[in-house]
Design a protein around this ligand. Sequence first.
Ligand code: ADP
Length: 444
Amino acid sequence: MNHISVKLRITLWLTVLMLTLAILLMGFMLFISSTVATQTAMQELSQTVQSNLQQVSYTDGALSMGDGFSYYHSGVTTLIYSKSETLLAGQIPVAFTGASESFQNGVTRTVSVGEQDYLVMDLWLASGWEDGVWIRGVMAAPDTEQTAKNLITVALIALPAFLVLAAAGSYIIVRKSFKPLDSISATAAAISEASDLSQRIALPPGRDEFTRLADTFNQLFQRLERSFEAEKQFTADASHELRTPVSIIKGACEYAEKYDETPEERAETISMIYRQAVRMSGLISQLLSMTRLEQGTEIAKPEPVELGELIRSLCQEQDYQRIEIECPAPVTVQADPALIRRLAANLIDNGFKYGRPEGHVWVSIRQTEGEALLEVRDDGIGISPEEQEKVWQRFYQVDTSRGDEGGAGLGLAMVQQIAQAHGGYMTLESVPGIGSRFTLHLPL
Ligand code: ADP
């Protein structure tokens, strides 16, 4: 059964169900039709015999019938017998002649004579204490066998046609409904074979379950494509960023090997190699940290952190000049202190790096309803509105010529990643030439 397709299984099930239903219905119809026919005939017999009884008078051995008496009415033959069961009036139906059915007052019953069934009913009409006559009604029982035969013949002709129609109809509906599923598996196979994530499932009109499923798959493919593209871009950017210091180091070494350098020149080369090595090492540790954050392994132990205290100890450690901290009341959050330190250090470093000479950085910590806010503001060069969205992207730098100042455009991407890893988010307000304000929003 497992190797049969779902379409065929549903069609088979529906067809078997239809067949069972049709057979049950036919049996029920047969039963009902024979019962109803017999009951109707019995009713007719009883009514006819009773109405004839009204028309018969039998007094002092004299039998007389009124005008309403009828010997044969609606298939019922009426016979009148004496007390000693001698036929007084009426004509016994030929086939019933041989029957020797005793008289029973008011009982309708079936009497079989050879192949034929008869319905018989007797009524006793008394005359005085001792005498009277029997009024007997006889009618041929309805032929239920013939009805059954007719019904079965009709069924034998109609049923196969009905079954073919039911099976074909079910199969067409099921196949049409399953079409998006075929399309989904074909597209998934095409993606897997050709590694082409740009393919999409052609969506049929309508909003049934399968169309919704196909829609969800298309969204999934789109997200996968976007994240694959981002991953590709990230790898390209990362290798480019690493290649630059490596080529500088390589070039410097080759130059030093080829030409005789003065001790001053040599010292300058070594210092350059050192600067590039430091830059590379910073880049590698930033990349590693971002990967760990993405994998969720870096935020291992959130603990209560008082933000004012954390910022003060960071400023002391880094010996920042021209910085002001504003923290009117303690604000405690559940966070990873090392990550929050890195976030704050990145923002404060940027504040000085992209500030004016002798510029200032202000750090403000406060609490609103449900949120802790850590704000880093500077009076530096600012960021234009078009660039404000982009600065959060990995490796994005507004002015690439400043890349040599140590950064590679990863700082803000990491800041955002740390905020998100804590269930928070970052906002940025900036006016070119006036300054920027980066705010971390953390849920309390
Ligand atoms: P990096 O500083 O290494 O270049 P970041 O991700 O920290 O990378 O910043 C991305 C870009 O955003 C920077 O190149 C800079 O142009 C801009 N930027 C960041 N912080 C500020 C700031 N406080 N003022 C002005 N521009 C900024």
